[in-house]
Ligand binder design. Structure first.
Ligand code: ATP
Ligand code: MG
Length: 501
């Protein structure tokens, strides 16, 4: 791609000014209107001292204003730091300080949280998003050309395996991600992408870039609700939706006997492992699920299962998108053989240059131009990727590799099991053994022996958890991801509770 490009929203508004850019409840904005609103917002933010290169935190619920604020910052050349509204003030303050962010834009819904952050970081300048409408615009020059190499956003990882790291993503990263996706999924002339994932995550932010680059409408849901999401697909002409497996499972339950209309062509499923039974139920219902693999560091998807393999390669996340490449690091150096598991390495124009303010973490992750993902997977003979688990979560029991995700998936197949989390604990004889924390469905009754018996013909003996703990809920981070590192403490608690009762 060329290094200087006409500002994306200017270009889009020139090409298709009257096309709908977004629908947020009753509010609809065309690309012309979105450009106007974004530019007005930029002039106001400029009056508040936001300049090129400044890092600006955005603590807002998904909305039309969110999208306009994202574009407004691009007009000023400021760096967007989208913040997860489910984090605590303590967690947010860490990210804000770490990124040397001086301005925090927040909306009414997150006002209290913003005040709490201010209590910790008194030098921070708070800007209320709704209050911007009353401000005067200031004369300033707005960016007309985008530099592909410039950092557009610093987005923190979910913090599933440790402290979150600020991933620097350039305009070029986002551009390549959007182009790689459309070359795989194609584009219909009436494309409508349902964004019920939060816009502050990479899965949501990437929809904003696709919208402006493709000229496609985003339907924004401020909060995910399975019935509303199904209604949008059934009645509002949604063609594509991004989901994580938990969202999809809930939508399936709500859908019941109904079927999606033919114009709904892609359920893009990512963010974590997809339980096989869920994929099978979707296949049985004719729901076009595309499994995908990616991370904040790759500006969303980097590997996606092409449509024609949805059934024959069920469980695979597919092949790398255009311009992206993957390798599996073999145990003895070099590349792993087909079927052999190893760390997944990725490379491509959508991959981050590194972590903000973390030279060491960057150096550890970047190996000869490849990013080591920390995930383990393998390629089959046809080059399709299967993701097994995170490297940090791998259990080595009696010299055998045990993947918690595989055991969790087997547990989840039991109709009485609602959630399952598996981790390794030290064991004198085997080095490590897996243990499982299980949440049962309401009113379900199940004993440890029954579960053990159930797993017997599904898993090799060394993979069957040494102990099972029945708990009320599993530890998850603000993105809803399972925190396996907290399971041992939860198991101890459950044990103590069982002894007392
Ligand atoms: P942190 O890096 O702070 O520990 P995180 O890795 O959870 O947090 P994200 O960037 O939000 O932060 O998530 C990306 C990760 O999600 C991937 O590295 C991978 O472990 C997991 N993931 C994404 N897609 C899939 C998939 N299809 N199957 C299995 N795991 C997936
Ligand atoms: Mg990660």
């Amino acid at each position: 791609m060329q290094n200087q490009m006409q500002h994306w929203l200017d270009k889009r508004a020139a090409l298709t000014p009257d096309r709908l850019a977004l629908i947020d409840g009753k509010e609809e904005l065309t690309f012309r209107e979105l450009r106007e609103r974004s530019q007005r917002t930029a002039r106001k933010l400029s009056g508040l001292g936001i300049r090129q290169g400044a890092v600006v935190g955005l603590l807002c619920t998904s909305s039309a204003d969110f999208v306009a604020l994202v574009h407004a910052l691009t007009y000023l050349g400021a760096i967007l730091m989208p913040l997860n509204t489910r984090l605590t003030a303590h967690e947010l303050s860490f990210q804000i300080e770490d990124a040397a962010c001086m301005h925090l834009i927040y909306d009414e819904a997150n006002g209290q949280l913003a005040e709490e952050v201010l209590g910790r970081l008194p030098q921070l300048l708070l800007i209320q998003a709704e209050g911007l409408s009353e401000l005067q615009e200031t004369e300033c020059s707005l960016t007309a050309y985008i530099d592909a190499e410039a950092v557009q956003s610093i987005m923190y990882t979910s913090g599933t395996t440790g402290a979150p790291k600020g991933v620097m993503l350039t305009y070029g990263n986002h551009w390549s991600s959007a182009v790689g996706s459309v070359l795989n999924l194609g584009l219909s002339s009436t494309e409508r992408w349902l964004a019920a994932v939060p816009l502050f995550h990479i899965s949501g932010l990437s929809i904003i870039w696709r919208s402006v680059i493709y000229g496609m409408t985003i339907i924004i849901h401020r909060k995910f609700d399975p019935a509303n999401a199904n209604r949008a697909i059934l009645e509002q002409g949604v063609t594509i939706m991004s989901v994580v497996s938990n969202m999809l499972a809930r939508m399936l339950e709500d859908l019941g006997g109904r079927t999606y209309p033919p114009e709904f062509r892609c359920m893009l499923l990512g963010g974590g492992p997809a339980p096989r039974p869920l994929l099978e139920s979707c296949a049985a219902k004719g729901i076009p699920v595309y499994q995908t693999y990616g991370m904040t560091e790759t500006a969303s998807q980097i590997v996606t299962l092409p449509p024609e393999y949805a059934l024959s390669k069920l469980g695979s996340v597919g092949k790398p998108l255009f311009q992206a490449e993957i390798r599996i690091a073999g145990e003895r150096g070099g590349d792993a053989l087909p079927g052999e598991a190893g760390e997944i390495l990725v490379r491509g124009p959508n991959v981050t240059k590194g972590y903000w303010n973390r030279p060491q973490a960057t150096a550890e992750a970047m190996k000869g131009g490849w990013l080591a993902t920390g995930d383990i997977g393998y390629l089959d003979e046809d080059g399709f990727l299967y993701v097994l688990d995170r490297r940090k979560d791998l259990i080595i029991s009696g010299g055998e590799n045990v993947y918690p995700a595989e055991i969790e998936a087997a547990l989840l197949q039991h109709p009485a099991v609602k959630e399952a989390g598996v981790t390794g604990v030290a064991d004198e004889r085997w080095g490590q053994v897996p243990i499982a924390c299980v949440v049962l469905r309401e009113d379900a009754q199940l004993s440890e022996e029954e579960l053990r018996e159930y797993l017997k013909d599904k898993l090799a003996r060394y993979k069957i958890p040494a102990r099972f703990y029945f708990v009320n809920m599993l530890p998850r981070n603000a993105s809803g991801k399972l925190l396996r590192r907290e399971l041992p403490a939860l198991a101890v608690q459950a044990e103590q509770a069982a002894e007392q009762s």
